[in-house]
Ligand binder design. Structure first.
Ligand code: FRU
Length: 497
């Protein structure tokens, strides 16, 4: 069946969908209105960054997904493009065009996505012949009719079969599909093909272990897998869920004989599913850039009342860290959004001091702090004048943890107000180095070039704009702080989303 996907929105869609702008980010990408989740089909094509994403055009809630589409030439400003893929009633993707990837098939832009119907998840293909604007679904879809019967080999039945990443190796296409093996754990299944349409199952690229608890549980299913080259290693990134967890895992290790052997495994972002289902592309400079879906931390009712849900992360540059972990850093292009700058020099940090000279809900803050003998220290953002609302980027030296403590972020009962963190040990004499991006309800923090943590906060008070430095159980010292107001990426306020 061939089913061209008509344009359901146009690039001229006005950015007026949101009814309440209070929490809406101003320098992150999100659709004009409604629901978005995973980044899909991220590809750098002839000088243009193409971002597709899981999208529900009918409201701010998950429903059988479409593929939204936006383009950028500078990684900052995005232009809406027509919807790329729509579920087709009565067909193999009637329950949605779930996540997938895009590749360059000898000059033909080609999408592989998961078509879902009657609960079955199967890989499907679509191509574009007008420069990634409109997409034609392949007549032979689905291109893999059933998951492999791994159970016969005694490895546990395949419980899910979705989300795709593709690369070319020795002149042959290789595809991995996210999965889970019943009673075993998450799994990534490897296929190969000469033409992207006819696929041969090889074996699992990597399998998790449900019984594993340390250093991190790996869940029952792995969504959105991607294999990346990183330094002298490879990294397998998956979004692990089930058994009480939901976070992005990075495994670094070796890829040889078409199998991946992890040596190190860690959560990629300490905000867990506030940075979920990420996808990376390689751009014209050879950089690996990654975006993730920033999930909401408020009730579904609040999301629907505001008319939007889900945000794309800032673009993050992927690199292998010194200890072999996968590290993410904000793309340098973001500096172009910086407005007025404020700088503070060395000074002691007491219990808590509000900075008189910097306020705002759209800021970048770069603070370098000597934790001294303090048990805990850090920077608080979105603080109300009376201190009732505040969100702390908290380094707990005693516990060796860095994270976002949003337990007092909002007086609203519809906000999560949670605290999420992960391990950070500073070397003797090493300063705590925080790059903090505040964009209304989004907080993205990059720590010492080797850890990151994303949070979502929904302060209620109009004066929750303050910034504080704090130290507990001792004295810390500020070495230096710079802060910038960040400009909106949507131009004039009238055009703002
Ligand atoms: C991850 C995910 C994917 C799936 C998509 C559906 O967030 O569950 O596994 O393809 O979202 O929207």
């Amino acid at each position: 069946m061939t089913s061209p996907t008509p344009a359901a929105t146009s690039a001229a869609t006005p950015h007026t969908g949101a009814s309440n702008p209070t929490h809406r980010p101003r320098y992150h990408f999100l659709p004009a209105a409604n629901w978005m989740n995973d980044p899909n089909g991220m590809i750098y094509w002839q000088g243009v960054y193409h971002m597709f994403y899981q999208y529900n055009p009918t409201g701010a809630f998950w429903a059988p997904p479409y593929w939204g589409h936006a383009t950028s030439t500078d990684l900052l400003h995005w232009q809406d493009e027509p919807i790329a893929l729509s579920p087709e009633p009565g067909s193999y993707d009637e329950q949605g065009c779930w996540s997938g990837c895009a590749v360059d098939d000898g000059g033909v832009p080609t999408i592989i996505y998961t078509g879902v119907s009657q609960g079955r998840q199967r890989p499907c293909l679509a191509t574009s012949h007008d420069g990634l604007r409109s997409w034609q679904k392949y007549a032979g879809n689905p291109i893999i009719p059933t998951p492999p019967d791994i159970d016969l080999l005694g490895a546990g039945a395949v419980v899910d079969f979705r989300d795709h990443a593709i690369w070319r190796e020795d002149g042959v296409w290789h595809m991995i599909i996210g999965s889970g093996l019943r009673g075993v754990g998450g799994a990534v299944l490897l296929y190969r093909s000469a033409d992207l349409r006819s696929w041969e199952y090889l074996h699992p690229l990597c399998v998790g272990n449900l019984a594993q608890g340390a250093p991190v549980s790996t869940g029952v299913m792995w969504e959105c897998p991607q294999l990346l080259a990183a330094g002298d290693r490879h990294a397998l990134v998956v979004s692990a869920y089930g058994d009480g967890i939901r976070y992005t895992l990075a495994m670094t290790g070796t890829y040889a004989q078409q199998r991946f052997t992890p040596q190190l495994i860690h959560r990629l972002d300490y905000g867990d599913d506030y940075f979920y289902a990420p996808q990376a592309l390689i751009d014209g400079q050879g950089r690996t850039l990654m975006w993730g879906w920033l999930t909401e931390g408020r009730t579904t009712e609040a999301q629907q009342a505001d008319g939007w849900s889900g945000v794309m992360s800032l673009p993050r540059v992927v690199a292998l860290g010194q200890g072999g972990a996968l590290c993410l850093a904000p793309a340098p292009e973001l500096e172009a959004l910086r407005g007025e700058r404020l700088q503070l020099g060395p000074q002691p940090i007491g219990a808590s001091a509000t900075l008189a000279s910097v306020r705002g809900d759209c800021l970048e803050i770069h603070a370098r702090i000597d934790p001294g003998d303090a048990d805990r220290c850090g920077v608080a953002v979105r603080c109300s004048d009376d201190g009732a609302e505040r969100t702390r980027i908290l380094f707990d030296r005693a516990a060796g943890q860095i994270g976002i403590d949003a337990t007092q972020a909002s007086a609203s009962s519809s906000a999560n107000n949670d605290a999420r963190s992960g391990p950070l040990a500073l070397a003797p004499g090493e300063l705590l180095d925080l790059r903090i991006f505040v964009d209304r309800s989004v907080i993205e923090v990059f720590v010492n070039g080797r850890a990151c943590c994303t949070g979502r906060v929904y302060p209620t008070r109009p004066d929750s704009l303050g910034i504080q430095l704090f130290a507990e159980g001792g004295e810390a010292a500020l070495a230096e702080l710079q802060a910038w107001e960040m400009r909106s990426i949507w131009g004039a306020p009238a055009a703002e989303r």
